[in-house]
Structures are given as structure tokens and as C-alpha cells.
Write a new protein. Sequence first.
Length: 666
Amino acid sequence: MHTLTALVAALPAALPLETIEPIASAPVRGGIYAVAPLLVGLPLASAALLLLLGRRADRWGHWLGVLASAGAFVVGLATFVALLGRPADDRVLDVHLGRWIDAGAFHLDAGIRLDPLSLTFVLLVTFVGTLIHVYSVAYMEHDADRRRFFAYLNLFVAAMLVLVLANSYLLLFVGWEGVGLASYLLIGFWNHNLPYAVAAKKAFVANRIGDIGLLVALGLMFATFGGVDFQTVLTADLSGVSEGTMTAIGLMLLLAACGKSAQFPLQSWLGDAMAGPTPVSALIHAATMVTAGVYLIVRSNVLFDAAPTAQLVVVVVGAITLLFGAIVGCAKDDIKKALAASTMSQIGYMVLAAGLGPVGYAFAIFHLVTHGFFKAGMFLGAGSVMHGMDDQVDMRRFGGLGRYMKVTYFTFMAGWLAILGIPPFAGYWSKDKIIEAAFVPQDGQLWRAWVFGLVTLIGAGITAFYMSRLFFMTFEGERRWSSRRDGGDQHPHEAPALMTWPMIVLAVGSVGLGALLSVGGWFTHWLEPVTGHAEHGEPVLPVWLIVTLTLVLVLAGGVLAWRRYAVSTVPVAPPIGTALTRAARVDLYQDQVNDALLVEPGQHLTRSLVFVDGAVVDGGAHGLGKTTVGLGALLRRLQTGFVRSYAGGMLAGLVVLLVVLLVTQS
């Protein structure tokens, strides 16, 4: 936090034009890049004001939060337009903020990197974030701490922007930790409820495990390259660096990504994180925090390209996670937790794509952008359903809500069709590209194409089933909501305009954004200054066959869900189910596994260390002290103060010496 504060304090130093440092061109002459620090400064200053002013800002503080996020979007959009007007090979710029660290041989400047990757994230975070802010004005209307909630939202946006705009891995780490702190505050916002507080702590601890990986990677980078800024690390000559070192750096970066993006084996926190207010779920688990791991991998593409073993592990982790999340999503009756499992699975697709190397980097970010729209829209739709159903989250107590909540119904439908990948909705253009790329052989290894290609296909079919299950259980079929928890009549109703309009905007993006970004391959070309140019590889199956198989599996999953949850009677009490169903309801026993492998051994180790500390360390110190005291007490008895006693002692000593002499001489 001190670093973030210092960053804002450095904003005036960033305004002169000569502080713009082009990476690949002559000096820049323009004013828009100089105000880029406002991207972080606006939401950060708003968060500080809302927290410092306290109750005095209760009546208008939420609108300040909205304006700060909207202002950051305007600055980001202007910067994007300016960068878009530059030649394709001249779109990587650094804005120098000033000297940050001078420690012996280590020197590091703070700066902002403006390039296609960072600005893609800036636009996504600020645009979707602003819509979520607007939605939150109505959603949190009756919460006494609404001002504090908006302060945390602004803090989160500011930290996420530091993460994606940083020009070094160390400054990225500052944003990384800021996102972790803000997510802890938001997930545990209603911390008077003990399970919510525990969920926030769980997310915080799981993320700290991942942070260890990023710290180790930072140390390895400094030892290997002599710096941790992007310019030094990502342009270094890797010919003299061993593959083992590059593999270690890649695996540590992957560990960090697993913690932040809820990937196997650090995925257990995501479902519990639904304890936060629904706008938090939309912000953290759709467009921002969980995508940070994907950003880290794609940003570090040069390092992963030099570490094929680490790249393979990335693909394996993504494949496991996308199936893991899909299976868990099939058994969840809590609408928010079902969406959380979906997020885990979709991020798995992105991580898998990022592990495919140059052929997959751009597709990972493409799906990340479309996912940010349709998943945020569905989370907000879930909040609208809760708003109209007395905060009920159990889908078995919904049914038929589409007849009463038309706007929510159609906007949620747009997100549902997008995540299924039904053409022409957004997910069709992004997720299907990942499936196609997965079938392309890597380094001539056909087994990888078949294994990972089939995994993505199977994942698409399961996704269609559990997301259709969610949609049909909530909006279709017969009503199962005859009464409220307090015994009164339930009257489902549409949310107010401040909640529905953000949902409508996100639904429009869910419908048309994928096709818009696909025109002429524009989006992949836009990212090429960062991800590099990827030659189109030929998949092991014809593209038309991959597309056909994907659609067949998707339709099969949707029809199966329709038969079971739309036209059949859905029991309010969930059936016992198969062993796999019971396992999926408890997240495939991930908490039990964590307890067995980490928590319980850690507790036993702690108890052992406490015993050793008490019995050996403290016992030894106390024993030495008692021995010294005992000897002192024994010697004190000889100190009688009588001359005759001392004379007798001297005589006895003399006699002993004489006896010893006589014995030794005889």
C-alpha cells in the first residue's frame, strides 16, 4: 500500500513529455501518454477519499466510485486510440515515473508499460468494472456500508491496473498483492457472518501460496538476468541460460498463476469466495482477478517459449482444471457456486491455450475478453435473481422465473449461449479457436494434439450440460418457489434499471463482441507486438470436423439438460446421486485433500516444533539455568564467614596435595 501511495505521489513527475520512453521508435511527441498514470491514480484517489472521509461521504460516495472507474476507462480508451494510430511495430511504450529502488547493484525505475496486451486489460477492467459499479449502486442500496464497499471496489480496480500496467515484475508484484488484499476485503465484506470471514481468509491464504512462486521467480530472474524489469528480462539473450533455469522460472510463474487464477491444485478457494456480494463475484471472478494468472503467463511468453517442459506443465494444469471445474459445476445447486465452477473451467481453457505457445497466446486473451463480458453478465443476472427471490441461491427452489424476470432472462440467455459457443455468440469465436489450436501438434508430438484436443472437446460438452442445467433450473420448467424462508408468499420481480442496464450492455457484448474482434483476424494481429506472430498450424483433424464435433457435443449436452431439468420434474431435495455426483458436490474432495496433504501435516509439524521448542530448546535453557543455580547453592554452603572453616578447608586441601605427591613418587 505504501508503494501504491508513492506511485500516486509520483504522478506529477510523469506529466512532462520527455518522460515517455519509446521502446522501438524515435521520441514520442504527444500528450495523451503522459496522463496514463491517471489510469491508476483516479480509482486509487477515490478509494483513499472514500475511506478517509468516512460517514461524511455516505450520501454521494458511491457515485464518486462510479466516476473514478468511468474516468479511468475514458483515459484508457483515449490511450488505446492513440496507440492504435501508431505503426504495428511501434506499439510498445514505457512511461517513466521515476527512480524507485536503489539498493547496491540493484536499480529499478517505476513505470507504466503501454502496449496492446496491457491496454486490452485496461479496457476490459475499467469498462466491465464501471458497469459493475453502476449495478452495485442499486444492489448495495440498503447496505449501511455502501461507501466502504465502493472504496474497496476502487482499490481493487487500482491494484489490478497496477498489475497489468507495470513495466517490471516487481511492480507487477505490488499490484498482485494489492489485488489479493482488495479481494480479501471484498470477499469478507460481510465478515460479521463467520463462514464469509473464513472464506475470505481461505482465499487470502491460497493466494499467498501462489505468491511464493512469484517471489522465487523474481529471485531467479535477478540472479539470471541481473534485473526484473520487462525490458531486461524479456529481451535478454537466452542462449547462455540453461533450460533447467528457464524451467524453474516458468514453473514458479505457473505456481503464482495457479493461486491467483484458481487453477489446479490451488483452486479450492474459488467456490467459497462466492460469500462476497454478487457484484464482487462478477468483478473478481469474471474480468479481473482470476484472469491475472493468464496475463502473467502471456506476458512472460518469451520465458515459457524457452522452457518447453514448463509449457507442457501449463497445458496439463489447464486441461485438468477445465475438466475439474466442469465436473464440479454439474452437481452444484447454488447458482453462484455453479458459475464459480464455470469460471474455474473457462480459465482452464485460457491457461491451456497459453501453454500451447505462440499458436495459443492470442486465443487465450481473446477468450479472456469475451469471457469477461458473458460471465460478468451471468453473475449480475444471478444477483438479479437473488434480488427478486429474497436472496435465495438454491436453484432447486427456482424454476419458471423467465416468465417474471424478462430482462434478466434474455440477458442471461445471451451469456448462456455465448459460453456454450453457439454461433454467432461471442464464445463461439474464442473458445472454438482454443479447441482448434489444441488439435495442432506441438514440436511434432501427435499425442499432445490428440490428448489435449479431446480434453477441450469433452470439456465443451460438459460445459453445455451444466450451464444448460443452470439456465433451465432457474428460468424454465415449473415453479418451485411457493413460499419464502419466513413463510410468506414469494413474488419474483425484475431488478431496477440501474441493475438491468449493465446486464443489457454485457449481453450485447456476449452476442457481438466475438464476431467484431474476429473481423480479418484483427484481435490476434493487435496482440502480435507482445505475443509475436504465430504461423497457422494444421490440426490433426480438419477444421470443419472439429467445429462440427464441438457443436454436436454442445447440442447433446444442452438437450440432455433440457430433458432432465426443463421438461421433467426437478426435486426440491437433491437426490443422493452417484459416487461422482456426491464427490462433485463437495468439490471432488479438494478440501479434504488439502487437509490431508497440507493442513494436518502442517498442524502436526507445528505441534512437533512446539514440543521441540518447549522440551528441548526451552528445556535445555531452563535446565542449564537450574544447574547453575544448584551449583551456586552448593557452593554458597561453603561460604560460612568463619575463619576456622576456611583454615580447615585450606588444611584439608594441603593434606590432599601431600597425599597425591606421596602416591605419585612411590
